[in-house]
Design a protein around this ligand. Structure first.
Ligand SMILES: [Zn+2]
Length: 281
């Protein structure tokens, strides 16, 4: 029974499917990671529903007397940012800076609190390379014939726990639909890219790594940057429900396998904004 004199903020935790109070693991400050925007165009109202829900959550926690450490990344390298920057005949930096500024202007117009840390994926390439290296050393990742590095899903027994895709066939089928169709050289269908070998259509957007030139896979940036700013174990991870699978499932797999079993303690997912019976986003 909760004490009405001391109301506690409770959340639906996607991982345990329970409604529970989220409290700081260190007893002091609530560590909170939200997946941020991919900056290749304007964010839409469906995206902002998620950011507003996270903002309200943070304000309530802070009003209740618990400080927060809010980290929200900027995805400034992926298939879409590269494709559209080349189409716009701009450098990736120039292109993503423009859309990041627009995102910040929209956040300000909505009176959203800026996150305490807003790391960009391109500023954390060495962190991502280090995590891949750790995963290879621990036997959870492998370099494939095409020069890319993949996470071996079969090496992580808890894969599917967040999305409750317990059935292996269902899992593999879902992963197949979610992955690039050109990833032929993987050992298993469900394995996902940690490092993508350079392809001609990537233009000059490639970084050196122990596995050759290329770029990190999208899922990896959140694992690397949450580890950097919130530590191996932190209180809450959040995003839109469309990120539960495969993005968050893959984040859990990478992080737990790289850190020895720790990651976000709880998960908050925000439902789609519905307009005229259809989802926005
Ligand atoms: Zn993420």
């Amino acid at each position: 029974m909760s004490d009405p004199a001391s109301p506690k903020l409770q959340l639906h935790d996607t991982l345990t499917r329970q409604t529970l109070a989220v409290t700081p693991v260190d007893g002091k400050r609530l560590g909170f990671y939200g997946c941020g925007p991919t900056v290749y165009g304007p964010a839409h109202i469906g995206n902002f529903r998620t950011f507003i829900a996270q903002d309200v959550f943070r304000r309530v926690v802070e009003l209740n007397g618990t400080p927060t450490l809010h980290v929200r990344n900027i995805t400034d390298v992926d298939d879409k940012t590269i494709r559209d920057s080349i189409k716009a005949d701009q450098s990736l930096t120039e292109f993503t800076q423009y859309w990041t500024k627009l995102f910040h202007d929209d956040c300000a117009a909505l009176n959203l609190l800026p996150p305490h840390v807003e790391p960009k994926a391109t500023d954390h390439i060495p962190h991502q390379i280090k995590m891949i290296d750790d995963l290879i050393k621990r036997g959870h990742a492998y370099k494939a014939g095409d020069g890319s590095v993949y996470f071996r899903v079969a090496s992580f027994a808890d894969y599917g726990k967040l999305s409750h895709l317990e059935d292996r066939e269902l899992r593999l089928g879902a992963a197949q639909g979610a992955n690039d169709s050109d990833e032929y050289s993987k050992d298993a269908l469900a394995d996902f890219a940690l490092w993508k070998a350079h392809k001609p259509e990537d233009g000059s957007n490639a970084w050196d790594s122990p596995w050759g030139r290329g770029r990190p896979g999208w899922h990896l940036e959140c694992s690397a940057m949450s580890l950097e700013y919130l530590g191996a174990e932190f209180d809450l991870h959040s995003g839109g429900i469309d990120l539960i699978f495969p993005h968050h499932e893959n984040e859990i797999a990478q992080s737990c396998c790289a850190t020895g079993g720790h990651f976000a303690r709880h998960w908050m997912h925000i439902a789609h904004l519905m307009v005229d019976g259809g989802k926005i986003g």
